[in-house]
Write a protein that binds this ligand. Structure first.
Ligand code: PLP
Length: 396
């Protein structure tokens, strides 16, 4: 009945985990939901003011397909400041969240049969979009290297069909932050082997301890002509529902994105665009600092709770707002049904016995992993993780 391409994707693993948590809550269970990839927070005052003012002015019409010129200019200034290079507005497109930016990139850059290297564990949408575009995801396992890709491993899987490498730092689900040396290696490799880099830095404001985010193009300026930077305000301003993202890329690609977007969604929501523009012009950084403080405190409290785990290493949680657990120490190699236990089994038990919802690593190409978000209110996080520790420590 349906088109063949519907076999290429199913609802994202994170959405499925959220749905399971909601179903358990609807059935009357008291659930602590640690699945969401978003931050519990009020709106930034500048976002609220910008949106209200846009409504007051009665702004209800289409904008340019790839965003208000004023917003593209403000984003160009943001990218220029972050990378230390000059970016004109012609190299920026505003999208409905980073997800649309990435989809645009997949559709305008990937030919059927092209291979795209995606380090695993990966955010589940990366391979799905590549497949929808007719490409083939090629995964490399980063688990032995603290979830940071090794240059040798990338090099080993490059073939004449390789078109691009996805770099997501800080990474979802692992929270790993790519060090400068790794990024320089990837950048040089891309130049040498004529590859594109899809650089997703949506979690860029959230790094901890000694870890720092490095914009790839600042480290390897020659790679700029073959790099697409993808970012959004979903995480950085706790604005997931407003759907404002952007991409920065060579002009030719932006023109193709404009044409594609003109046949798909047209412009991102006009009120949300004005709100973000107002924030970029008037924001003083206080809201961002407050979000970072909130997450730093949540991370610290969460790591203290997780330090009680006996057979599961404490996650490093270098960036983002996820604790990514390696469950390999507690997974049984053979179950009664002859299968190996995976994090799916543990996620089900945590939901039924601890009333805590997390996302199984199988959604991210890693049957040993388990992701908890710490973007939720502190008392819930504390209660949830204590229950997780109790159940995992009793696991046999
Ligand atoms: N990129 C990564 C790595 C993400 O984790 C997410 C959302 O979870 C996105 C992109 C999508 O962000 P947006 O909500 O802006 O579409």
């Amino acid at each position: 009945m349906l088109a063949q391409r519907t076999h290429l994707f199913k609802s994202s693993g994170t959405a499925a985990a959220r749905a399971a948590a909601k179903a358990a809550a609807d059935a009357g269970m008291e659930i602590v939901d640690l699945t969401a990839g978003e931050i519990w927070s009020d709106l930034a005052p500048t976002i609220r003011d910008g949106a209200i003012e846009a409504i007051r002015q009665g702004l209800n019409r289409y904008t340019d397909t790839i965003g208000l010129m004023g917003l593209r200019e403000a984003l160009a200034r943001k990218v220029s400041a972050e990378t230390g290079q000059t970016w004109p507005a012609e190299e920026i497109a505003v999208t409905s969240g980073a997800k649309q930016a990435l989809f645009n990139v997949a559709m305008t850059l990937i030919n059927p049969g092209d291979q795209v290297i995606i380090p695993a564990p990966y955010w589940t949408t990366f391979p799905a979009q590549i497949q929808i575009a007719g490409g083939t995801p090629v995964h490399i396992d980063t688990r032995e290297n603290g979830y940071v890709p090794r240059i040798d491993d990338i090099q080993r899987v490059i073939t004449p069909l390789t078109r691009a490498i996805v770099v997501n730092t800080p990474g979802n689900p692992s929270g790993a932050v790519c060090d400068a040396e790794t990024l320089m290696g990837i950048g040089r490799l891309a130049v040498e082997r004529d590859l594109w880099i899809i650089f997703d830095e949506c979690y860029e404001p959230f790094t901890y301890d000694c870890h720092r985010h490095h914009p790839l193009v600042s480290l390897v300026p020659e790679v700029r002509a073959r790099t697409v930077i993808v970012n959004s305000f979903s995480k950085s301003l706790a604005l997931t529902g407003w759907r404002v993202g952007y991409l920065a890329a060579p002009k030719e690609l932006i023109l193709a994105v404009r044409a594609l977007q003109s046949h798909t969604t047209s412009n991102p929501n006009v009120i949300a665009q004005h709100a973000v523009l107002h924030h970029l012009l008037e924001g003083d950084g206080a809201f961002e600092a407050q979000l970072r403080e909130q997450l730093t405190a949540a991370r610290q409290a969460g790591l203290a709770a997780l330090s009680q785990l006996r057979c599961v290493p404490i996650p490093e949680a270098q960036g983002g707002f996820y604790f990514y657990l390696d469950l390999s120490g507690v997974l049984r190699p053979t179950l009664e049904n002859g299968h190996a236990e995976t994090s799916d089994d543990i996620v089900s038990v945590l939901l039924s016995q601890a009333g805590v919802a997390g996302v199984s690593g199988t959604a991210f190409g890693d049957p040993n992993g388990l992701r908890f978000s710490y973007g939720i209110p502190p008392e819930l996080l504390q209660a949830g993780l204590e229950r997780v520790v109790r159940v995992l420590n009793a696991w046999n």
